[in-house]
Design a protein around this ligand. Structure first.
Ligand code: ADP
Ligand code: MG
Length: 450
């Protein structure tokens, strides 16, 4: 009867968006042969839509009714996921919309997020159809994890939400120049790297960033900090992206502070993490931390005040406030660090992988509230660069001591190119060249990670 069928648990309904031109152009074939048999077996119901052009998926998710779906899954590369996330963020109800669980089944040439999901599930690093099978299995399992997004502002004032990376120099050059080898699939990045190494370009620029206090280079992930000045109540609970130093809260120089762990386990401090990252549950003195400022009156003192005339235009009003950022045409806030130098590459990355076989940032997490800012300064030899990229497949490049290579966990960054010509990418897609800045928004989206 009608009543009993309503009482049955209904199967998950997924909206599948497939880019028939992703990667080598075999997404539809892989979908029919590998994906659909598995998800049908898992009792998932779905609608499959093939994208007809660029931005089709972006427009589509702007108008769908959210309660008809339990998830949106892209069957393509990272480019289509970028469209879906930005389409959702452009909705007036963005805050709810971006909570929609998002999945990715790797059928593109840039499959970084799929590789990150595969890695976080504990699977061995694999490529091609093996990666697709693992990810389909995880999608059927269906567990969802919060996902950090980074709000990026470009020279023209356009705001974009990014889940993977911002790159300038070597990496964005390879990504865009290797588009012409698209028919090779992911091997295009290897060939592109060799071509670029032969003529190593140098880019002058200013790089500014807001350092993250107590960099979480280990898991489990800190969810909130509870602080009480001088042990007095009431406690103030801060979400992770508002760390103690960001708030300038420690006027009493003594506080009780504890970390709410996702699990009861203590974190295993990684040998490379600085001392400030290993503060433990229980009593703890701020004096042991170097970056803390003592100032009660000026909470947010270094953060820009957003005045009505600085508010972005109505079209860009959607999305969370970028409270770490000053307008691009103004200097960065005082609490930021600026370096001016000649760079071979600058990379802000917030996933473990930059490609299916590029284990670029092994310490990154989907929801660690961190932007991992990396740069390689000019002077590095071609041989060292080659070694760096070869070691990246296994993620061992991070262990190599290298005076030209820097890695910093940050909450926000700004890149100001001084070299006139160059390529900047967001999530592997080329954007206008010029000053660009971004800040983390902790866990505002959801990713199906299995
Ligand atoms: P790949 O990893 O192979 O680059 P992506 O999913 O990143 O695959 O897609 C590449 C680009 O193709 C993205 O910028 C996306 O917006 C665009 N795109 C999506 N659907 C279509 C289509 N039907 N025709 C042309 N381009 C498309
Ligand atoms: Mg792509």
């Amino acid at each position: 009867t009608e009543i009993s069928s309503n009482l049955l648990p209904r199967s998950r309904r997924l909206l599948l968006l497939l880019n028939p031109f992703g990667g080598k152009g075999n997404a539809l074939q892989w979908c029919q042969n590998h994906i659909l048999p598995m998800i049908t077996e898992a009792d998932v119901s779905f609608n499959l839509i093939q994208t007809e052009r660029q931005n089709h998926a972006r427009e589509l998710v702007q108008s769908i009714s959210l309660d008809e779906w339990d998830g949106i899954v892209v069957i393509s590369g990272d480019g289509l996921l970028h469209e879906v996330i930005n389409g959702l963020m452009e909705r007036p109800d963005w805050e709810e919309a971006v909570k929609m669980p998002l999945g990715i089944l790797p059928c593109g040439s840039g499959n970084a997020v799929a590789a990150a999901i595969n890695c976080s599930a504990g699977f061995e690093q694999v490529l091609g159809q093996e990666l697709l099978t693992n990810c389909t299995l995880l999608l059927c399992h269906g567990a969802v994890s919060p996902l950090d997004l980074v709000s990026i502002t470009t020279t023209s004032g356009t705001r974009v939400f990014s889940f993977l990376s911002v790159a300038w120099g070597f990496i964005s050059d390879v990504d865009i120049e290797s588009e012409k080898y698209r028919h090779m699939g992911p091997a295009r990045f290897t060939l592109g790297t060799m071509v670029r190494l032969a003529s190593l370009n140098i880019y002058r620029g200013r790089l500014s960033y807001l350092p993250a206090l107590g960099c979480a280079t280990h898991r489990p992930i800190l969810r909130s900090i509870t602080v009480a000045a001088n042990g007095s109540l009431p406690f103030q609970r801060l979400p992770l992206h508002r760390t103690v130093s960001d708030m300038g809260l420690c006027e009493e120089r003594q506080a009780f502070c504890y970390r709410e762990m996702e699990s009861a386990e203590e974190p295993t401090p990684s040998p490379s993490s600085p001392p400030s990252s290993s503060f433990q549950a229980s009593n703890f003195s701020f004096e042991s931390l170097s970056e803390v400022t003592v100032d009660k009156e000026s909470q947010h003192a270094d953060l820009p005040k957003v005045l009505p005339n600085q508010l972005p235009s109505a079209r860009q009003m959607h999305g969370p406030l970028d409270d770490f950022l000053a307008p691009l045409e103004q200097p960065v806030p005082k609490s930021w660090v600026t370096v001016e130098d000649d760079f071979v590459l600058v990379l802000a990355i917030y996933q473990t992988h930059l490609g299916a076989d590029l284990f670029t940032m092994p310490t990154a997490g989907f929801n660690d509230g961190l932007i991992h800012l990396c740069f390689v300064r000019a002077g590095v030899s071609r041989a060292t660069m080659l070694r760096l990229f070869l070691a990246m497949e296994k993620g061992t490049h991070i262990d190599h001591e290298n005076p030209y290579f820097t890695h910093l966990p940050v909450r926000a960054f700004r890149i100001e190119p001084l070299t006139h010509k160059g390529i900047i990418t967001i999530d592997g897609e080329r954007v206008e060249y010029g000053p660009i800045q971004g800040q983390i928004h902790h866990g505002i989206a959801n990713l199906v990670t299995g």
